[in-house]
Write a protein that binds this ligand. Sequence first.
Ligand code: NAP
Length: 284
Amino acid sequence: MITGTTQLFGVMGSPIEHTLSPAIHTAGIASVGMNAVYLPLSVEKAQLAAAVKGAVALGFVGWNVTIPHKRAIMEFLDEITEDAEKIGAVNTIVRDGGRLIGHNTDVAGVLAGLSRAGVTVQGKQAVILGAGGAARAVLWGLICVGAERILIAARSGEKAEKLAAEFHDSGDVRSAAWTDKIYEKALETADIIVNTTPLGMTPNLDVMPHILWEKLKSDAVLYDVIYTPRETRFLREGRERGHLTVNGEDMLTVQGAKAFELWTGKYPNVAAMRHALRRALELR
Ligand code: NAP
């Protein structure tokens, strides 16, 4: 029941109609028994400054930020964490006294998917397919837990190179286009292959990234950050060939759980949040 002491959380973005975050967080809130609500907050680009002031004035405990504000919000914040800085995006605002701190909780999400599947990253070789926003979070996450070598492979070699160059100082990060021999070679030694492109996402179920199945090690782990469908063509074909596969559900739910923990000090029930995500997707 909403009362005079109900705590406020939400997500700012535009468009916001299709956000899954309220469903996921409502389950998280219920799991810890808090008197709180999590709202979709439709905020146009030109209104971001006013919305940030407004959220503070209205007493929001904290909120998430999504497209198109993940970078633009930085100028309204007092501090940005290293993860958000490296990934180049803020997805969670935490109020600390009078200060606003911008976090990025995607690293926790990226790594949760792998750890729940029993996959360790330290000392491993990885190939990341795609060079967009999700690739940045995956790349930084893998670096943070000690991946030995990472190749970013994208349809555009230039974009892959630009992303790799930003992380050269942080680890052994290389780049290639899908048509390059280097990509083929990297597939032969990769322990973990992560799809961060939208290829295979609903409704385009019959497409997948450029993979040379015969090159892969038999124990290579396949990770797709897509969560709808639960099993993309990339994961299905890999599973049928005997590979361990991981989808993007944990990435989405755990970035939310981590944000909630930053706001409240309480870690919500991730299984309940994952269940709510699946239910919300079914109802679409
Ligand atoms: P993005 O910033 O637009 O990046 C997409 C990347 O995929 C780019 O490198 C893009 O290449 C490449 N790409 C797009 N279409 C392609 C195609 N037809 N063939 C080859 N490459 C293609 O998008 P994003 O935010 O990273 O999101 C990517 C996917 O990750 C989406 O499916 C999204 O739902 C998912 N995601 C999941 C989570 C989660 O929590 N599980 C979080 C974030 C994103 P170009 O630059 O050449 O276009």
